[in-house]
Write a protein that binds this ligand. Structure first.
Ligand SMILES: [Zn+2]
Length: 430
């Protein structure tokens, strides 16, 4: 791990063209391997002439069809190599949570796991974490029921082999937020990792109760889009900055937050990220497109040009000097796009700071039911006064690019998906 980390310490400063040239070498190998040993690619890429690494060209690469989640589900074990190189170690199975559909099962090896761990370590070192602190994790966890908590002697696989750390404590994301808050008060962690929507709910509860977590140094987020309101409230309530990570079960770490900025650096040493527009052309800086990834070290189930289903915005090179490409924002999925009647598309955001003061509302989820209409599902402490309803609707409408008809629908609770994730906007249009 330390040997790989040593290489990453220098490769992060390479110029972007140098990084791309190195990616090309590795990509040519994965592609040649896939074309000669993976039944799915042998069948569907019969006409592709890149069976030897020397044949690789970027032009031909960009012509390769994209691999969708559905295709991965359908292909199943036909995506497995029949000849995994000796030395890549044993197979391990990964299953996505299926938060927006059927789960996807993929496989990696000891080698891809090694990279996964080292990039986790890079994140700790980039952000200068204090390894002696206690780390709390609130996320979806196999084996933990709502309300259950657990503990471990150290932070886990990314640190245990190389650094001594303080203890880790864990709680299921499905636990009631008030119970989470009480648990955090007892635990007094130095670091807290969870989903942004859960962090937001916790921070609001801490603010209401005037509770503190004086030892909290940093909030770490995964799994959902991080809005500015999450960063603001963590600073306000806990005096703690937020550091976000972009990863997936199938690929591992894709992009990590820059040590000096709020945007992300693609982890180019392990993954090629293409951000493509509707015509499958790479987006320029400022452009928003679909995230297409290729893992560079997975020789057991090579995922070539795999379309994750997420959208991201491409950034300009980072002033920190790292040559690793920049993603300004990670934007969620197709179903999180708002469509106006004129066909224009938006990534809506409903920061709690814009509506929370208008009524005693705990949680909202906005559903676009047709081109003209939005329904706001909300969980409130009590029935709202007419005046409160009016102010709430006004507050939400001010965040919309078009005068949609907005109606309120009071619900007992808004469930998280099976993976523990939460979407504050979902479109049923198209
Ligand atoms: Zn940077």
């Amino acid at each position: 791990m330390l040997a790989v980390l040593f290489q990453l310490e220098s490769s992060q400063w390479l110029a972007s063209e140098e990084l791309l040239a190195l990616q090309r070498l590795q990509l040519a190998k994965v592609l040649a391997h896939a074309l000669s040993t993976v039944p799915h690619y042998q069948e569907s890429f019969q006409d592709i002439r890149m069976k030897r690494p020397a044949d690789f060209t970027w032009e031909a690469w960009r012509q390769l069809p994209l691999l969708t989640r559905r295709a991965v589900q359908t292909a199943g074990t036909r995506l497995l190599s029949t000849a995994v190189p000796a030395g890549h170690g044993s197979l391990c199975r990964m299953q996505t949570s299926g938060s927006t559909g059927t789960p996807v099962t993929t496989y990696g090896t000891d080698v891809s796991q090694l990279f996964w761990k080292v990039f986790g370590l890079r994140d700790h070192l980039w952000h200068g974490r204090d390894f002696t602190a206690k780390h709390a994790f609130i996320r979806s966890m196999r084996g933990l029921k709502p309300g259950d908590s657990g503990q471990a002697a150290n932070w886990g696989l990314s640190t245990a082999p190389v650094f001594a750390t303080g203890p880790a404590v864990r709680m299921s994301i499905l636990t009631d937020v008030a119970a989470q808050a009480e648990w955090l008060m007892q635990q007094a962690p130095g670091y807290l990792l969870s989903y942004p929507s859960n962090i937001l709910a916790l921070a609001r509860l801490f603010r209401e109760r005037n509770w503190q977590l004086p030892g909290l140094k940093e909030v770490r987020t995964i799994g959902e889009t991080v809005g500015g309101d999450v960063r603001e409230i963590c600073q306000e309530v806990w005096g703690a900055p937020v550091k976000d990570m972009y990863s997936s079960q199938e690929i591992g770490y894709i992009a990590l937050q820059c040590p000096g900025h709020e945007h992300y650096h693609v982890q180019s040493e392990a993954v090629l990220v293409e951000v493509l527009d509707d015509a499958d052309v790479p987006c320029p800086p400022g452009g928003i497109g679909r995230v297409v990834v290729t893992a560079l070290h997975n020789f057991t189930m090579p995922l070539l040009r795999y379309e994750l289903g997420d959208y991201a915005e491409v950034g300009e090179p980072c002033p920190c000097g790292r040559g690793l490409p920049v993603l300004t924002r990670i934007l969620g999925r197709q179903r999180n796009i708002l469509t106006a009647p004129d066909g224009r598309k938006y990534w809506p955001s409903f920061p709690a700071s814009k509506w929370a003061d208008s009524a005693p509302v705990r949680q909202v989820q906005i559903i676009q039911t047709d081109m003209e209409k939005l329904t706001v599902n909300l969980v409130a402490d009590r029935a709202l006064l007419e005046e409160e309803e009016r102010r709430l609707i006004e507050g939400l409408r001010a965040l919309l690019p078009y005068p949609f008809q907005v109606s309120l629908s009071f619900v007992e609770r808004i469930e998280r998906s099976r993976s523990g994730k939460y979407e504050d906007f979902v479109s049923l249009v198209g």
